[in-house]
Design a protein around this ligand. Structure first.
Ligand SMILES: NC(=O)c1ccc[n+]([C@@H]2O[C@H](COP(=O)([O-])OP(=O)(O)OC[C@H]3O[C@@H](n4cnc5c(N)ncnc54)[C@H](O)[C@@H]3O)[C@@H](O)[C@H]2O)c1
Length: 304
C-alpha cells in the first residue's frame, strides 16, 4: 500500500518526537500526531507546529473515533516506566493495554487495516538466558509494564488469525538520545539512564547507580529506532511478527556512569523488576527489514 497519511500516537514523547523529526525529513508523508501531554511535552515538537505536513491533536488516544484516513499507524503512546507500573497498576493497564486495544478495535470495526507499527520492549524477556537474545527467547515478564507490552503483542497475534491485521512489533532495547529526559514528567526518575545521567551531570549532581552497576544494557540511539519504524512502515510484506531493535552490544551501567562523570557517582539499592542484562540479537531485523544500527554511544556522549 502506498503511504501518504500516517498517525503517530505519543508524538510529544521522547521517541515519538524523534520519529516525527525523522519522518518529516525522510518522507513527504502527511503526519498527524496525537498526544494528551500526560508525560510528554509540547516543547518536544514545538519546531514543527507550523509545518504544513504536520497536524498536532492534543487528546487522549481513547477519544479517537476513526483511523480510516491513515495508511500507517505508529503506536507509541504509553506509560513506559517499569517502577511506576508496580505502583499504579490500573492506570498502566488502561494506558498500555486498553488504549492500544482501542486503536486495534477501531481498525477492526472500520475494516481498515493500515500498517500498524507497535512500540514494544525488550523488558518482555526479563533476564534472558540466551545472550545475545533472539526474538525466539522465552518471555518472562518481570513487571506489569512488560506484561502489558507482551499482552498487546499477543492480542495482535491472536486477532490476526481472524482479521487481516498488518502489524510489526518493535522490541526496543535501551533507547538514548535527544529529549530522553523530561524534567516535567511525573515519572522522570525512571527515565532512560543515559538521559538521567547527563541531566544530573549538567546540574552538578552525583549520578545514582542502582545495585553495583553491573547490570548490562544494550543502548540504542533514538534515530536508529526512528529508522526501524520507517523501514517497518514501508515494508511491502505483511510480516505480523516482532523484531528486536537494539545495538547488538552492551555496556554496564557503572561503565556508563564512569564515562559520563568520572568518579562522581554513588550507589543506590537495586530495583525489582529490572533485568540484569539486555543484549539484542538483531539478525532478524537486519534480514527482514534491512535495518541496522548506525549511531555510536561515544559520538553521542562527545556531543553532550
Ligand atoms: N524509553 C524507553 O526506554 C523505551 C524502551 C522500550 C520501549 N519503549 C516504548 O516506546 C514508546 C515511547 O516511549 P517514550 O520513551 O517516548 O515515552 P514517553 O513517555 O516519552 O512518551 C509517551 C507519550 O505518550 C503520551 N501518552 C500516554 N498515554 C496517552 C494517551 N492515552 N493518549 C495520548 N497520549 C498518551 C505521553 O504524553 C507521552 O508524550 C512507548 O510505547 C514505550 O513503551 C520505550
Amino acid at each position: 500500500m502506498q503511504i501518504n497519511r500516517v498517525l503517530i500516537t505519543g508524538v510529544a514523547g521522547f521517541i515519538g518526537s524523534n520519529l516525527l523529526d525523522y519522518l518529516l525529513e525522510k518522507t513527504t508523508w502527511q503526519i498527524t500526531g496525537i498526544d494528551n501531554l500526560s508525560t510528554g511535552s509540547k516543547n518536544n515538537i514545538s519546531t514543527h507546529l507550523n509545518t504544513t505536513r504536520f497536524r498536532f491533536v492534543k487528546d487522549n488516544i481513547r477519544n479517537l473515533n476513526s483511523v480510516k484516513q491513515y495508511d500507517c499507524i505508529f503506536h507509541l503512546a504509553a506509560l513506559p516506566r517499569i517502577q511506576p507500573s508496580f505502583e499504579f497498576v490500573t492506570e498502566h493497564i488502561t494506558e498500555n493495554l486498553t488504549s492500544s486495544m482501542h486503536i486495534i478495535e477501531l481498525m477492526i470495526g472500520e475494516n481498515h487495516f493500515p500498517k500498524f507499527v507497535f512500540s514494544s520492549s525488550s523488558a518482555i524477556y526479563g533476564t534472558p538466558t540466551t545472550i545475545p537474545t533472539p526474538e525466539t527467547e522465552a518471555i518472562e515478564c518481570l513487571s506489569p509494564y512488560a506484561f502489558q507490552k507482551y499482552e498487546v503483542e499477543k492480542y495482535l497475534e491472536l486477532l490476526s488469525t481472524r482479521y487481516p491485521l498488518d502489524y510489526i512489533c518493535l522490541r526496543y532495547f535501551n533507547p538514548y538520545g535527544p529529549r530522553s529526559f523530561n524534567p516535567e514528567n511525573k515519572f522522570n526518575a525512571y527515565s532512560s539512564v543515559v538521559g538521567i545521567f547527563l541531566y544530573r551531570r549538567e546540574k552538578g549532581q552525583k549520578l545514582l547507580v542502582t545495585g553495583e552497576g553491573s547490570q548490562k544494557r544494550d543502548f540504542i540511539h533514538v534515530s536508529d529506532l526512528a529508522k526501524a519504524n520507517y523501514l517497518a512502515a514501508i515494508n511491502p510484506n505483511k510480516l505480523n511478527t516482532a523484531f528486536n531493535i537494539g545495538n547488538g552490544s552492551t555496556l554496564s551501567v557503572l561503565e556508563l556512569a564512569q564515562r559520563i562523570s568520572g568518579k562522581d557517582y554513588e550507589f543506590i539499592p537495586k530495583r525489582e523488576g529490572e533485568s540484569d542484562i539486555t543484549f539484542a540479537d538483531v539478525k532478524k531485523a537486519k534480514d527482514l527489514l534491512g535495518w541496522h544500527p548506525e549511531q555510536k554511544m561515544e559520538d553521542y556522549l562527545k556531543s553532550n
